[in-house]
Design a protein around this ligand. Structure first.
Ligand SMILES: Nc1ncnc2c1ncn2[C@@H]1O[C@H](COP(=O)(O)OP(=O)(O)O)[C@@H](O)[C@H]1O
Ligand SMILES: [Mg+2]
Length: 142
C-alpha cells in the first residue's frame, strides 16, 4: 500500500480493509476521532456513514484496501480527514459512478453520491490499479 507522506495532519488510525469487520472498525475509528475533536452526534454519524460506504465499496469492488483517518485541525477549525484507498480495478467512469442509482454491482448506487452529500469535501482519483477517495468534515472553532 502506498504511504501518504504528503498528507497533512496527524494520523489517528490506519485500518486495513479486508472484510466486513474492517468496515465496522473504520466506521468506529472515524466516529471516535470526530467525537474526540468535539464534533456533535449528527456530524459523527454523517462521517461514520460516509466512511462505511467507501470501505464497503473497497471490499466489494477491489477486494481489499486501506482507510487512513487524520486529524487536520487548525487553530481556526476542527477537521477530520479520511482517505480510503485500494489497488483494485479502478472506477471506469467517475461521472457515471457519482450519479444516484448507478451501480455496476447490482447495488442501490447511492454510496458515492450520498457520501459526497454527507461530507464537506470529497475528491476521487481513480485509474486501473489505484483508487483513492478523500473526504473530510470541518467545523469552525468558536
Ligand atoms: N473502490 C472502487 N473500485 C472500483 N469501482 C468502484 C469503487 N467504488 C465504487 N465503484 C464503482 O462505482 C459504482 C457506484 O458506487 P456506489 O455509489 O457506492 O453504489 P453501489 O455500491 O451501490 O454500486 C459502483 O457500482 C462501482 O462500479
Ligand atoms: Mg457502494
Amino acid at each position: 500500500m502506498r504511504t501518504d507522506a504528503v498528507d497533512g495532519g496527524v494520523v489517528f488510525a490506519v485500518i486495513p480493509l479486508r472484510n466486513q469487520d474492517d468496515i465496522v472498525r473504520a466506521r468506529r475509528a472515524a466516529r471516535d476521532l470526530a467525537a474526540r475533536l468535539g464534533f456533535g452526534n449528527a456530524d459523527q454519524t454523517r462521517l461514520a456513514t460516509a466512511v462505511s460506504e467507501l470501505a464497503r465499496n473497497v471490499i466489494e469492488y477491489a477486494g481489499s484496501g486501506e482507510c487512513r483517518i487524520r486529524d487536520e485541525s487548525t487553530p481556526s477549525a476542527l477537521r477530520v480527514a479520511v482517505s480510503v484507498e485500494d489497488h483494485g480495478p479502478g472506477i471506469a467512469n467517475i461521472e457515471l459512478a457519482m450519479r444516484d442509482g448507478y451501480s455496476t454491482g447490482g447495488g442501490l448506487g447511492a454510496g458515492l453520491p450520498g457520501t459526497r452529500r454527507l461530507c464537506d469535501s470529497f475528491a476521487i482519483v481513480s485509474a486501473p490499479g489505484h483508487t483513492r477517495i478523500d473526504i473530510s468534515l470541518s467545523l469552525a472553532r468558536r
